[in-house]
Design a protein around this ligand. Structure first.
Ligand SMILES: [Zn+2]
Length: 222
């Protein structure tokens, strides 16, 4: 992963400086990797094939996503940056030689593309959490230092590693523990967040309509 990290840092410096990053706790990373694996393994017998995911799975979830394979001779970035994800345009751009070697199964190139796909999946998760206003769920999953881009890059590498070798997600755990960690706990956090958000909105609405103060005045006049 070291080569990948090096490239990733360049990539961060030029591409992701202004984008909000989802910086996760360890549990958040495991959860992201587990669900990525689960949702993206269909069609490839449970294997995580980043090119298949990029071309067939992500477009199912995210209509604004696109990708581009750029010919080596037209590549305008540094030679160390062989692929990148631009969160502002929601696009993965890959140099054609990397894409072709990854298609042929060369591990390093598969990892480079997997890293970008994991960036994109984190961006989808971030947009989803923001759209659903799941503040509680997001807070539970995320670390506090969300401005640290380097941390975000290391995190992307960690999730990529987990997605590519998923035994680490479940090893040493019973079925019951897997169920608890990846399904029940996050679902409860999510539902709790929804209920709390709905409660807050209701209280705000009641405050706006002076529901409580009116009652008070009615009691006083009675
Ligand atoms: Zn990166």
């Amino acid at each position: 992963m070291e080569v990948c990290q090096n490239e990733a840092q360049i990539e961060t410096a030029i591409k992701e400086q202004k984008a909000e990053a989802l910086v996760l706790t360890d549990d958040g990373m495991h959860l992201t990797a587990f669900w990525t694996r689960l949702l993206c393994g269909c069609g490839t017998d449970g294997r995580f094939d980043p090119i298949y995911v990029m071309e067939n799975i992500i477009p199912l979830f995210d209509k604004s996503f696109n990708y581009e394979i750029v010919d080596v001779k037209d590549w305008k970035k540094s030679e160390f940056l062989q692929a990148y994800y631009n969160p502002e345009t929601n696009k993965i751009v890959i140099r054609s030689d990397v894409y072709e070697r990854a298609l042929a199964g060369i591990a390093l190139d598969v990892i480079i593309i997997a890293h970008e796909v994991v960036h994109c999946i984190q961006s989808i998760a971030l947009r989803l959490l923001n759209a659903m206003q799941c503040v509680e769920f997001k807070t539970a999953l995320c670390g506090t230092d969300s401005s640290e881009m380097r941390q975000h890059e290391l995190q992307t590498d960690k999730i990529t590693a987990l997605v590519l070798s998923p035994n680490r997600l479940i090893e040493g755990k019973t079925d019951e523990e897997i169920l608890q960690k990846y399904f029940i706990s996050p679902l409860i956090q999510l539902i709790f967040g929804f209920i709390k958000q709905a409660g807050k909105s209701l209280i705000e609405t009641l405050n706006d309509t002076n529901y409580f103060t009116q009652k008070e005045e009615e009691t006083k006049t009675a």
